[in-house]
Design a protein around this ligand. Structure first.
Ligand code: MN
Length: 211
């Protein structure tokens, strides 16, 4: 990622129809262009508020007096978390058969086999985490450079139940907005479909950062 003080919606690393039939063009376009864009816009609006308010002492005093600081910090983690997680999510998918799906290879396969016994065991655990996230959230596989074992996190919203400083290797968005066009209420079907478009090469490249 380049250095920046505000966020912009990243372009998808593939065409809108590349992930079909597992994620349709309509579903992906809506998710990327509308939902991800809103987190970007809202985070930037919060930054603008902070920039404006910190110009004057009176505005800060007003914020503190009316409890806005708490709401603001909470909204920032929600929207920045949303932007970051979606950016990871787009990158950790690829067209089925063209970089997406199949068995993991390389270091990520070794890490998964060592920690979870087999890819099949990992798939079951990760899928269970993804299907059982309460309300809106994510399942991610993450690792810390100083801890020699990966962990599965079940993140609620974009910012709850997340362990600080872990590098996310693989993420699936299980907010309804991620699958409702294609799968209606059937989240497990979407989670099953996800395995056909996982970009293991990208997961290996991210793993290199924490190894
Ligand atoms: Mn989403």
């Amino acid at each position: 990622m380049e250095k920046t003080r505000t966020f912009t919606l990243p372009k998808l690393p593939y065409d809108y129809n590349a992930l079909a039939p597992y994620i349709s063009e309509e579903q992906l376009k809506l998710h990327h262009d509308k939902h991800h864009q809103k987190y970007v816009n809202d985070a930037n609006a919060l930054f603008a508020n902070i920039d404006e308010a910190t110009k004057t002492d009176t505005q800060i005093d007003y914020w503190i007096k009316f409890g806005y600081v708490k709401a603001l910090t909470k909204e920032l983690t929600f929207n920045i978390g949303g932007h970051m997680l979606h950016t990871i999510f787009w990158e950790n998918m690829a067209q089925a058969g063209k970089g997406g799906g199949g068995q993991p290879g390389g270091a990520i396969a070794d890490t998964i086999n060592k920690e979870f016994g087999s890819f099949n065991n990992f798939k079951k655990l990760f899928s269970a985490a993804a299907t059982s996230t309460e309300g809106s959230g994510w399942a991610v596989l993450a690792m810390h450079p100083c801890i020699e074992r990966p962990v599965i996190m079940q993140i609620e919203k974009h910012n709850i139940n997340i362990i600080p400083n872990f590098q996310i290797l693989l993420a699936i968005d299980v907010w309804e907005h991620a699958y409702y066009v294609d799968y209606k209420n059937e989240r497990p079907k979407f989670v099953d479909a996800f395995w056909n478009i996982v970009n293991w090469d990208k997961a290996n490249k991210t793993l290199d950062l924490v190894k």
